[in-house]
Design a protein around this ligand. Sequence first.
Ligand SMILES: Cc1cc2nc3c(=O)[nH]c(=O)nc-3n(C[C@H](O)[C@H](O)[C@H](O)COP(=O)(O)OP(=O)(O)OC[C@H]3O[C@@H](n4cnc5c(N)ncnc54)[C@H](O)[C@@H]3O)c2cc1C
Ligand code: FES
Length: 256
Amino acid sequence: MKQIQDFKFSGYKWLNYSTYILTLKTDESVAGLEPGNFAELQIPDAPGVFLRRPFSILDVDHKKNTLSFYIKIVGKGTRQLGKLKLGDKVSVIYPLGNSFTVNGTQKALLVGGGSGVAPFLLLGRKLKKHGVDVTFLIGARTKEDVLLTEEFEKLGKVLVTTEDGTMGQTGLVTQHSAFTDDFTFDKIYTCGPDPMMKAVARIAKEKGIDCEASLENMMACGIGACLCCVTETIHGNKRVCTEGPVFNTKELVWLI
Ligand SMILES: Cc1cc2nc3c(=O)[nH]c(=O)nc-3n(C[C@H](O)[C@H](O)[C@H](O)COP(=O)(O)OP(=O)(O)OC[C@H]3O[C@@H](n4cnc5c(N)ncnc54)[C@H](O)[C@@H]3O)c2cc1C
Ligand code: FES
């Protein structure tokens, strides 16, 4: 059940020049979470940032009562969240949204671009627990943007593409040979920029397999009240913050 809790800043791990893992700690116990859930964080002391900002939950530690977020700096809010000091308070609404489904999957390909890899740590763990064979395929512009690979390697095989060829195969993530050589995956999960998810969904359609995409539409309230996050589906408009963020791509009009 979603709740608002005051967390305290507990630490950063900077992954590159513009991306960090933010860890927040609460005195209460951390609510149950599913892979794909996200949280809305209030940004403290950021002039001109009034609305909370949504972030996928990267990790949870039920013993330490911490939540972690993988955050890429793109504007005022994400910059300010990268300047917290020990003990600073951050109000968090969570867990929000639906989650990825696992049922029946045997061999999964998780395709992520940019901050879209964030929900894949919890998803990879859940898939592994269910005995699913997991492969991560990470697309980035350059080597410095290929992050979290050590964590993903604990859960499955990791494949990489970079646009400048500095790591893995050269090109876009959808040009990786994983999509052509002996393709035996029975499910694709994807999260990242819309054009990437669209291309991945097309491949899944051609191969006749299920694909779930986690959308990152702009949000305001995050709890289904303002309708600013809607996406068009074959069942009508749906709110990404409540009926999503995870959708089967067969339902998404703009992805088909
Ligand atoms: C469900 C969900 C999960 C998300 N998970 C993560 C995550 O795990 N890690 C992460 O780094 N980011 C994630 N995002 C995106 C993140 O919410 C935005 O980057 C953040 O709100 C930007 O805030 P800002 O104040 O820094 O930027 P703003 O000043 O609000 O905007 C700066 C620029 O970023 C663009 N922008 C803002 N929000 C988005 C968005 N949702 N999608 C695309 N462009 C946007 C704006 O158009 C503008 O050009 C997620 C978004 C959603 C909806
Ligand atoms: S963000 Fe307000 S309805 Fe989705």
